[in-house]
Design a protein around this ligand. Structure first.
Ligand code: ZN
Length: 316
């Protein structure tokens, strides 16, 4: 797919400057002179549609854990730090329930226009470079937050190499940031596409089927297994379309296409609530907000990207 990398979080060629990671002096310089993105409980600091970058020593960073090094961005060293230890004023806490947290947390040391927001609310407005930086920062900091102890011996491990590794002082094991591969597939039969919905989604929302790739499985096998498990549909040819880092919290979405060998559906109610075949014409209506039953997946998600390009005949 020629335009694959125009997907949200599709990458902007950030120079990750990996040789800095093993150079303590270069990392120290970056820490002193670089620009830091603060992330509070998974929410980046944003003003309007732009990320807010703080200089070292900014009061907001008083709550920061050890920063991670993101890379070299047109002359600026970019870093990120987790300030989840900061407690906002009472009444400004994050909204934990549901799919989307609409709350904004404002820090007294920042301008009124700046706040910690749910990344989903700004991801389609950021520049490609900002999107790559924040996706990297969010996924990497989440990994440190959830992998503070050695998976081999249980001892507390240490962040090293600018955040791109953890080492265990007790058993010397090395641990590297994880990304979880997920297949998401455009399954078609003639003029129709197979959509499903998960329990708890907003009413009427249908999207492409998706699932985690399992150990010992190829991407193609994962596509065939998930479609058969979730919808009871056998797939013929399977091919690659596009990929998307998806930092909620740390997935790599692998967009695939597959041709169904039949249209009979038999859903697994443990996995999905409903599945249906939707014609191209109905999908056009859904994207225009004019379908009586179907709402499409949200802009920014690779499902939206693939479906929109399928409708526009731009998948090759
Ligand atoms: Zn260990």
């Amino acid at each position: 797919m020629l335009i694959a990398e125009t997907v949200t979080f599709g990458g902007a060629g950030l120079d990750r400057h990996a040789h800095f990671r093993k150079d303590p002096a270069a990392l120290d310089n970056a820490l002193r002179d670089g620009a830091v993105l603060a992330i509070w409980r998974g929410k980046p600091l944003v003003a309007g549609d732009r990320l807010v970058w703080l200089e070292a020593g900014h009061p907001v960073l008083a709550f920061a854990g050890e920063p991670v090094f993101l890379g070299h961005d047109d002359g600026t060293q970019r870093l990120a730090a987790d300030i989840s230890a900061w407690a906002p004023e009472a009444g400004a806490e994050a909204v934990e329930a549901g799919f989307f947290d609409p709350s904004v947390q404002r820090h007294p040391a920042l301008a009124e226009s700046a706040g910690f927001v749910e990344l989903r609310s700004v991801m389609t407005h950021l520049s490609a470079r900002e999107a790559e930086l924040v996706a990297t920062a969010k996924a990497l900091l989440h990994w440190h937050h959830s992998h503070g102890f050695c998976a081999r011996c249980g001892s507390r491990s240490d962040m090293v190499q600018g955040g791109w590794m953890r080492t265990c002082p007790a058993c010397a094991a090395q641990h590297f940031p994880r990304t979880d591969p997920v297949v998401i597939m455009l399954v078609t039969h003639g003029n129709s596409v197979l959509l499903g919905r998960s329990p708890g989604w907003p009413e009427g929302m249908f999207s492409l089927l998706a699932g985690f790739v399992e150990p010992g499985e190829t991407i193609e096998a994962a596509v065939r297994r998930e479609v058969l498990e979730e919808a009871g549909v056998l797939c013929g040819p399977v091919g690659y379309l596009a990929s998307q880092p998806w930092p909620f919290p740390a997935s790599l979405m692998i967009g695939m296409r597959a041709e169904a060998l039949g249209t009979d559906l038999c859903i697994d109610p443990e996995e999905i609530e409903a599945a249906r075949w939707v014609t191209r014409e109905d999908m056009v209506a859904a994207f225009a907000g004019q379908h009586p039953e179907i709402k499409p997946s949200r802009p920014g998600a690779i499902a939206h990207f693939i479906l929109r390009n399928w409708l526009a005949d731009r998948l090759d």
